[in-house]
Design a protein around this ligand. Structure first.
Ligand code: C5P
Length: 279
């Protein structure tokens, strides 16, 4: 299974809900860069995970938890061997762990012949994390609620993307906890982006009105993110933005050569960088 990364093209935070989560409105998009999850049946009933990033092996891994949840929900008793090849960095705002979980749910549903619908898998996924359901409605979708209520949008044309992540990661929980009501918005930035994506003739992606209500807070809490945005701009990106709660920042390019030049300039600058495109 391919477990693609995602970026948020918009992320409006509407307010804090009584359950402690924040109400969101976000346009999300999958990328070509992906983890790979290999699944094979294990009739002994064991559920095992191996991963080329040893720190991610264990019962907190979202792919493993997805497998465990699926068995609990269905009463299925056979096991599986999960082999995860990580290419998407963690604590990065790229949804890597969530995507691994979605891939595990989808793949094991098939491998174990459980016959659950996509909608049911997405509802199960929401119990593992707010970003998991999106991956069932990819490549392009509008997420609302705490992020778990998702509706597919018409797929975007192929857009070139440069990702740049500082060495440090970000705690999503800490970022949301630091938000103040003055930083909330009314969802109109996402509406403006949706109108732009529908425009005919289309606007080039480096001129889309991208936005992220978490960015201001993260820039203050994590100066490395502010420096990453500056580095993208210095390398030639006109409109860089942070994805999710960070720490990865990205820029969109209509032209592949422009994206390649920016990627090359960032390659010696420390941190992690990738040249990819929308799925
Ligand atoms: O849903 P997930 O486990 O990925 O969220 C991680 C943390 O981020 C939550 O525990 C919560 O503190 C915060 N969060 C939030 N509002 C959201 C999504 C996440 O406050 N819509």
């Amino acid at each position: 299974m391919r477990a693609p990364a995602k970026i948020n093209l918009s992320l409006d935070v509407l307010g804090r809900r009584p359950d402690g989560y924040h109400a969101l409105r976000s346009v999300m998009q999958t990328l070509d860069v992906h983890d790979t999850l290999e699944l094979s049946p294990d009739p002994t009933g064991a559920l095992t995970l191996t991963c080329d990033a040893p720190a991610l092996i264990g019962p907190t891994n979202l792919a493993w938890r997805a497998a465990d949840l699926l068995r609990q929900e269905t009463g299925y008793t056979d096991g599986a061997r999960l082999t995860l090849r990580k290419r998407v960095p963690v604590d990065a705002g790229l949804g890597g762990g969530s995507s691994d979980a979605a891939a595990a749910l989808l793949g094991l549903n098939r491998l174990w012949g459980l016959g659950l619908s996509i909608e049911r898998l997405a509802v199960l996924g929401a119990r593992l994390g707010s970003d998991v359901p999106f991956f069932f409605y990819a490549p392009t979708a509008l997420a609302t609620g705490r992020g778990e209520t998702v509706a597919s949008l018409p797929p975007l044309p192929r857009v070139h993307v440069v990702l740049y992540k500082p060495d440090s990661g970000v705690s999503t929980r800490q970022v949301f906890a630091a938000l103040t009501p003055a930083l909330y918005s009314d969802g109109s930035r996402t509406e403006a982006l949706l109108a732009t994506l529908r425009a005919d003739p289309p606007l080039p992606p480096d001129r889309w009105p991208l936005s992220n209500d978490l960015q201001r807070t993260v820039r203050l809490l994590y100066p490395a993110v502010a420096r990453a945005l500056d580095a993208l701009r210095d390398a030639g990106a006109s409109n860089p933005l942070m994805t999710g709660s960070g720490s990865t920042c990205y820029a969109l390019f209509p032209d592949e050569d422009d994206a390649r030049r920016v990627h090359e300039r960032l390659s010696g600058a420390g941190g992690w960088t990738a040249l990819t495109s929308t799925t």
